[in-house]
Design a protein around this ligand. Structure first.
Ligand code: AVJ
Length: 326
């Protein structure tokens, strides 16, 4: 894989790491020191983690990606109609920039900004997008959008439309999602749009299967965090002494992912020792699920009014078009 950005095709804005926030290392250590131990899901997304996530998306049990893509495909013309002309699509956590392709021909935005924390993955994806859509002005910003959201300098943006697919909002708790949406509200001009994918509450068996695929890709994705600790954060630990654990927590309407220590042990990360009892977990992810009404209420509280809604026939997944009010 080539890592060199093609400066002619993609304008790259490196906003990483944001100066005001904790460094990634400090944030990781802070979570390991906490009780219970936690780690932000953003740590999954090194190059290998982003690749594994892409493979999760095509597992038969993982319904969100294919369901959302089917909705986008079916609703592309309707979406184009509510979004309107001359949009700048701003994708938060753009990953492979695959879903936006389903909209580009119908919506015909003037520009696209992909924001992602995984730098090489971002550059590679946006380069391919720019090559495939020569009429589109493509920008890439390497940033942690959960910490820092500023428009890159010199990018003109008449009708901003945030594109936040994949139910990534589910990684925030409802309180954090409210704070995040309020942050976007203050950043975006009145009338701006937001096209957001939100995974819906459903039969627990479907949810549990989606995060415990038979091929073990989600397990590998979760366990890759330990590899990343070893390689990037000077970790001394044996990933084989941990297991993947994911389940639906009904009381909180969320999938929880954990790494369970199979043994009593001390691990070392960035020079610091952390003790795990046998069975103790590192809580690596929450993935909140919403009802349509529950999400609309949350968005309205943060100043985003519902303008349109699309779901699949089985009501597994929802896509909302919201407009910034006030
Ligand atoms: C990218 C946060 C939407 O919660 O389903 C997939 C991440 N984790 N399998 C999700 C994920 C395990 C995904 N999001």
């Amino acid at each position: 894989m080539t890592m060199m950005p093609n400066a002619a095709a993609v304008r790259f804005h490196d906003q990483h790491p944001p100066a005001a926030s904790l460094s990634l290392r400090d944030e990781l250590l802070q979570g390991l020191r906490a009780s219970p131990k936690t780690s932000s899901p953003k740590f999954f997304y090194d190059l290998r983690g982003s690749e594994l996530f892409d493979r999760i998306c095509v597992q038969p049990e993982y319904y969100p990606t294919r369901t959302e893509e089917a909705i986008l495909r079916d609703a592309a013309d309707d979406i184009a109609h509510v979004v309107g002309k001359d949009a700048t699509l701003i994708e938060l956590g753009s990953g492979a920039s695959r879903k936006v392709r389903l909209l580009l021909e119908a919506v015909r935005p003037t520009s696209y900004l992909g924001i992602d924390i995984s730098r090489d993955f971002l550059l590679d994806s946006t380069r391919r997008l720019a090559a495939d859509y020569p009429w589109l002005d493509v920008h890439a910003a390497c940033a942690d959008f959960s910490q820092c959201m500023t428009m890159p300098a010199g990018m003109k943006c008449e009708h901003p439309v945030a594109f936040f697919p994949g139910s990534s909002i589910g990684n925030f708790s409802p309180d954090e999602a409210d704070t995040f949406l309020r942050g976007l509200h203050s950043l975006l001009p009145s009338g701006s749009g937001m096209l957001i994918g939100v995974d819906l509450i459903k039969d627990e068996a479907i949810l549990n299967a989606a995060y415990n695929d038979a091929a073990g890709v989600t397990a590998a994705f979760n366990l890759n965090l330990l590899e990343r600790m070893r390689h990037e954060f000077d970790g001394d630990l044996d990933p084989a002494t941990f297991s993947h654990y994911a389940f639906y927590n009904d009381a909180h309407s969320r999938i929880e992912m954990h790494l369970v220590s199979d043994i009593n042990q001390d691990i070392r990360v960035a020079g610091e020792v952390f003790h795990f009892e046998q069975g103790e977990t590192l809580h690596t992810e929450n993935s909140y699920k919403y009802s349509v009404e529950g999400f609309q209420t949350l968005a309205a509280g943060a100043g985003f009014e519902s303008r349109a809604l699309w779901t699949d026939p089985d009501r597994l997944f929802s896509i909302h078009y919201l407009q910034r009010t006030g």
